[in-house]
Design a protein around this ligand. Structure first.
Ligand code: NAI
Ligand code: ENO
Length: 364
């Protein structure tokens, strides 16, 4: 019999896992339910799923894995409905960004022998199946939080399965997971959205702030473009930890304000110096979420056809451009044209090629 895997929610993360499974296990049967019919239609049309379900129904019988991939509060709510479809060998899992609340719900329903929580530390500010890709989880940490009563065989099987999809499994305790991700992921999303809202409400009548918002502002607020529903659910389900983390962060801001107010030369230097050193010590690979961008900058003369010439050089050498554009709000001196590629090899080839044509190219 073919192995069957079920998905509840088939957006960015569910869709990316389904695509990875389809890539590495083409014979597996994939069934999915999503509240958006268009999503299911697209997934079926692309050959990613075999069965599109309009509800959680008998198509979910006999699944080896059941993946809950909707916003976290919905995942918790679906557990009761899935109870009838669980069998001895089944692994029930989720991909939610919060782990403790789903473990509590699993315990209440007596589903511990089936449940291993999951959280791929990969993603982006984009959402939906249309943005899903198998490569999203490649080389990304994939946190697993096994229930106390789940068998070690199931944990090993799930770990091996995740590794076979080219992600990196890492076992953690649910509470510790929520503290860690609360600090490095949930807090930053609140800060980013807060900063954007602050600028919007503080901007001058002629919106100079919006006009001049430079790379630094854009770098640290990219994640403010994420799904509001997803982040609403995360804050509601990890509210205790996030609230405590916010207290500690507000304390840090108050201390920083004191340094600014009193013009404390040493404290101010130390604040930026510590951050600089710690930030530089974080390896590119340490947080799978933030996929490296493959960007180069290039000086071009401001004349008609400047961009077209570069695009032609790259295209005629089979290098695909993901994004190209002039930077008006430059933070650093060099390189007025920003070119983004899909992968590192293209970016490296482009640098060599453009240098051959005597362009001045910068990598950051
Ligand atoms: N976006 C990201 O970068 C990451 C998200 N996660 C977690 O993954 C889960 C899914 O997030 P994304 O895939 O990013 O969101 P998404 O918005 O791309 O996908 C969610 C999917 O669930 C469907 N859905 C929503 N409510 C539903 C319901 N009540 N019943 C059935 N289907 C429903 C939506 O139609 C959509 O297709 C969330 O729990 C999130 O915390 C985990 C890692 C990264
Ligand atoms: O886009 C980014 O950098 C993210 O931080 C994406 C993300 C969002 C939620 C998660 O639970 C994990 C990763």
């Amino acid at each position: 019999m073919k192995e069957k895997i079920g998905f509840i929610g088939l957006g960015l993360i569910g869709g990316s896992i389904a695509k990875a499974i389809r890539q590495y296990y083409p014979d597996f049967e994939l069934v999915a339910f999503d509240k958006q019919k268009e999503t299911l239609a697209l997934a079926a049309q692309e050959g990613i799923i075999d069965t599109a379900c309009s509800s959680i129904n008998d198509s979910f019988c006999n699944c080896t894995y059941l993946f809950l991939c909707a916003p976290v509060a919905y995942n918790n709510a679906y557990l009761a409905q899935l109870k009838t479809y669980l069998h001895e060998g089944c692994i029930l899992t989720d991909v939610g960004s919060v782990k403790n609340s789903i473990h509590e719900a699993v315990k209440k329903l007596g589903l511990e022998e089936y449940f291993i929580g999951g959280h791929p530390m990969a993603g982006s500010e984009k959402s939906g199946f249309a943005n899903a890709k198998a490569i999203l989880i490649e080389n990304a940490y994939f946190v697993l939080t096994p229930s106390e009563k789940v068998s070690p065989e199931k944990v090993t099987a799930y770990k091996d399965f995740i590794a076979s999809l080219k992600a990196i499994p890492i076992i953690m305790n649910a509470k510790e997971h929520d503290f860690v991700t609360g600090t490095i992921s949930h807090l930053p999303h609140i800060i980013a959205s807060g900063l954007v809202n602050f600028v919007e409400q503080t901007d001058t009548a002629n919106e100079y702030m919006k006009l001049l918002a430079a790379g630094g502002f854009k770098d640290i607020t990219r994640i403010a473009s994420s799904s509001p529903t997803m982040w609403q659910h995360i804050c509601l389900k990890n509210h205790k930890q996030i609230s405590e983390i916010l207290d500690a962060y507000i304390h840090l801001l108050i201390e920083t304000k004191k340094s600014v107010e009193t013009c404390n030369t040493e404290q101010l230097y130390d604040f930026f110096d510590r951050a600089n050193n710690y930030r530089n010590s974080i390896p590119d690979s340490s947080f799978g979420c933030i996929k490296k961008e493959f960007v180069i900058y290039c000086d071009i003369i401001d004349e008609a056809g400047g961009i077209a010439t570069i695009a032609t050089i790259l295209a005629s050498n089979h290098i695909s451009i993901k994004n190209i554009g002039i930077i008006h709000n430059r933070e650093f001196e060099e390189g007025v044209l920003r070119i983004e590629f899909y992968e590192e090899l293209s970016s490296q080839k482009a640098v060599k090629l453009l240098q051959k044509y005597r362009y001045i190219v910068y990598e950051r």
